[in-house]
Structure formats: C-alpha cells, structure tokens
Design a protein around this ligand. Structure first.
Ligand code: ATP
Ligand code: LTN
Length: 337
C-alpha cells in the first residue's frame, strides 16, 4: 500500500468547463498528482440536482473526463472515474443524511444562490447536495481537497460531519483539509466582476470555455467590463482589471507588481489583448487534445472503467466500516443475479 496522502476532488458535468474551473481547480489537480494518491471524479450525480437533459449530461460527462486527461492528468497515476459508477457514494450519502441537521444545510450559500435561480423547482436533491459531496470525500479518506473558494463552506460541513461521526462511534473518517489556491481561487465573470465566472451564467460573454475558439476568446476579453480610469492597477475599485490581472498572473506565474509596471502608460486595449493571447495559448493544447479524445470513446471507456474499479475497492472498505459501526448486519451472502 502506498503511504502517500490522499486527494479527492470532483467537477460537475453541468456544462463545458470554464477558465474559472481550470485556474481554480483543474490546474491544481495536475500539480498534485505526483505527490499524492489522487482520485478525480466526474460528479454526474451532483449535476442532476438541477434540471438536466440526459443527452447533454452524457455529452458533458465524457467532456469533463476528456478535459481531465487533456490538462495533463495521467490515468496511470490518478484514479479518474464517474461518480454514478461507484454506488458507495449514494449509500454513504444516505447514512450521513442521518447525521446531518436540516438547519446546517439551510445555511449553505450555494444552496441559497441556486434555489434563487431555480425558483419553483427546488428539489430535495439540491438541498441535500452537500451531503453527497461529504460522502464523496470521506469515502476515500481524503486528506486534502483541491477546490475553488466557493467550496470552502462545503469543506467546513465535511469536517463537521466527519468529526461528529468519529465522536459518536470511534475514529472512522480522516478529517480533510481544503486546498484552495492563493491566486485564481475565484475567477470573476467578465461581464460583472462582482460575481464568479460560472458555466451556468446565461450571458455567454461572461465566461471563457475550455472549448472556445481563439476568436471567441479574443472577442470576450475585448468586451470584458472594466472601468473608466484607464490605468492598469490593482485595487478594489477596479474589479474588472483586478480579475484580468489574476488570470494573467495565474497563467504566467509573474508577480502582479511586475505585470502592472509593464503596462504603465498603456491603455486597456493592449492589456486585454495580451491577456486574451495568454489564455488562447494556454487553452489551445487542452482544446485540441480534448477534441481528439472525444473522438476516441473506446479509450475513454477504458479509462473510466479502470478508474471505477480502483475507486470501488477503496470506497467499499470505508462503506463496510461505516455500515458496521451504525449497526447494519454484515452481508455474508451474494445476491443471485
Ligand atoms: P456552476 O457554475 O454551474 O454552478 P461550478 O463551475 O461552480 O458550477 P463545478 O464544475 O463543480 O461547479 O466546479 C468545479 C471546481 O471549479 C470547483 O472546485 C469550484 O470551486 C471551481 N470553480 C468554479 N468556478 C470557479 C471560478 N469562477 N473561479 C475559480 N474556481 C472555480
Ligand atoms: N460541489 C462541488 C463539486 C463537488 C466536489 C465534490 C468537489 C462534488 N463533490 C467532492 C470536491 C470534492 C462544486 O459545486 N464545485
């Protein structure tokens, strides 16, 4: 057995991935895969918490898997799999539901935001979503969970539930830590820099998709909302520019001060066009490799089948322990098919 620490993270196949998903989460997944034993999941069960066309879900699920591989995740190093292929996620979620309070789920800001967007169609699944996420993480005894800033609250509830269960019975779950990057943890909408860039935004100009063409990217950055000051600087009054600087530094690794001084006396047009070029260069190989992989469905199937088997083995161990602790009678027989 490897003594490497364990990482778990997931991305919803709720649409094509954005530059926010990439800079806030995916890029870190790759950086961590050498040092840790990583499980990266396409969380399709989370994606049906809001209305979703089955055909779209199938397409997006394979697309996220292709994106995982295209950004540099190596299926021989990291376990890449699809959530619904490992039934232990749903089974543990049910048990943990019985250790979660109604009030604590009601305080989740993502639930409040998403229920505003889906008024009249707020399902129990949407409300219960964080418990499924808790189950995802605890099943693999994850030490670390790389996510963007918007998931911090969900990591806190994960820790609370793990501790509650451990205290009620005996140490069962590793209590995980969030791994949130200092830069790029919250890429903002290009149309409204006070809200996060989101693939479910209705305004297409607000996000950059990993699948966008160079022309789309250039056009969207050209239209990005800034301000009338006309000076590239970092402060809380120029949120649009601050966001673009964040993207710039996350891609190049340069210090913000150095970038700011390079644009002294220059207008926004040149700055925006340079940010667009950087993003185009960064995303080009990812888009091309994803397109290639999506044409090779057999290869993708091989990866997700192998991944699910590895994940299943790890998840079953935790689930058995949990079932025993809560008092379920161990299953010593096999059901005849
Ligand atoms: P939606 O926008 O449809 O609600 P989402 O993009 O927030 O979905 P996921 O696809 O599950 O949800 O997010 C995957 C990962 O990307 C998470 O770790 C999340 O924190 C991160 N992430 C999402 N949006 C951003 C963003 N704008 N900036 C940085 N990280 C982000
Ligand atoms: N809730 C997350 C997606 C997600 C996740 C997880 C992230 C589901 N399960 C487990 C990390 C670990 C989101 O909306 N971004």
């Amino acid at each position: 057995m490897s003594d490497k620490k364990i990482i778990f993270s997931g991305i919803q196949p709720s649409g094509s991935l954005t530059l926010g998903n990439y800079l806030g989460a995916l890029k870190n997944f790759v950086n961590l895969q050498e040092e840790y034993n990583c499980y990266y999941c396409v969380v399709d069960m989370h994606a049906i918490t809001v209305p979703k066309e089955p055909k779209e879900l199938r397409k997006n699920t394979l697309q996220v898997l292709a994106n995982y591989i295209a950004v540099g995740l190596d299926p021989d190093k990291s376990t890449l799999f699809i959530q619904s292929h490992v039934p232990a996620h749903a089974e543990l979620a049910w048990i943990l539901n019985c250790f979660t309070y109604f009030g604590e789920l009601g305080r989740m800001t993502q639930f409040k935001d998403k229920s505003k967007k889906n008024e009249g169609n707020i399902t129990v699944g949407l409300f219960d979503y964080p418990v499924l996420m808790v189950a995802d993480i605890l099943l693999y005894q994850a030490d670390l969970v790389p996510v963007g800033e918007d998931q911090r609250q969900h990591l806190e509830i994960t820790r609370d539930i793990a501790q509650r269960f451990n205290n009620r019975f005996s140490p069962t779950f590793t209590v995980p830590e969030p791994y949130i990057p200092k830069v790029g943890a919250k890429i903002m909408s290009l149309q409204d820099p006070t809200i996060k860039m989101s693939k479910s935004d209705t305004n297409e100009n607000s996000f950059i998709l990993l699948s966008d063409s160079p022309d789309d990217i250039r056009r969207k950055f050209k239209r990005a909302v800034t301000d009338s000051l006309g000076v590239v600087a970092i402060n809380e009054e120029q949120l649009g520019i601050k966001n673009l600087l964040g993207i710039y530094t996350k891609i190049t690794g340069e210090k913000i001060e150095d970038i700011v001084s390079r644009y002294e006396g220059k207008g926004y047009a040149e700055f925006k066009s340079d940010v667009a070029d950087l993003v185009i260069e960064e995303l080009k190989p990812i888009r091309e490799k994803s397109e290639y992989l999506l044409k090779n469905k057999d290869y993708l199937e091989e990866i997700y089948a192998k991944g699910a088997q590895k994940a299943e083995n790890a998840a079953r161990k935790t689930l058995r322990k949990v079932q025993k602790k809560v008092g379920f009678i161990p299953k010593t027989f096999k059901i005849q098919q």
